[in-house]
Design a protein around this ligand. Structure first.
Ligand code: AMP
Ligand code: ZN
Length: 142
């Protein structure tokens, strides 16, 4: 397992020194709401250990991430009423990766939602992020 990186925003979230709207935590994986969502309920799924991107992940860490992804997807759909999802991981600045701690985006989609390249992040209004966090966490606790 790799060490936390002092300047990594997601390592700080894992360590609890930076707040996040957490929806699921296992021994190896953390899921939390994206602070700049493309749609309400946009969730990130990360390994707790610091790895830069998908190609550098050891098989066992990838397996732990993959094992929770379908469950997180079901919870996001149930909590948001999404008609579909995009699940993706950007690798490298050229592909739009801005945080160098590997993460899967789980993005709720609706027909005609206007989501397209380039992404246009939204901001949550007061109370909306916590309400969404509760809805998805509730789906995951069942
Ligand atoms: P990427 O551009 O694929 O590296 O995605 C990084 C994502 O992390 C972006 O969608 C950001 O909105 C999100 N992000 C950055 N900082 C935070 C944070 N402190 N809490 C939650 N999400 C964050
Ligand atoms: Zn990190």
């Amino acid at each position: 397992m790799s060490h936390p990186e002092a300047n990594c925003v997601f390592c700080k979230i894992v360590a609890g020194t930076l707040p996040a709207a957490r929806v699921l935590e296992t021994g190896e994986v953390l899921a939390f709401l994206d602070i700049g969502p493309l749609a309400p309920g946009h969730t990130l799924v990360i390994p707790k250990a610091h790895y830069t991107n998908l190609p550098t992940l050891p098989d066992e860490v990838a397996a732990a991430l993959g094992a929770v992804l379908p469950r997180v997807c079901r919870a996001v759909v149930a909590a948001t009423g999404a008609e579909g999802l995009n699940v993706l991981s950007n690798t490298g600045a050229v592909a739009g990766q801005s945080v160098e701690h590997v993460h899967w985006h789980v993005i709720p989609r609706r027909f005609q939602d206007g989501i397209a390249w380039p992404w246009r992040p939204l901001t949550y209004a007061d109370g909306e992020l916590e309400a969404m966090r509760r809805r998805i966490a509730c789906e995951l606790s069942g």
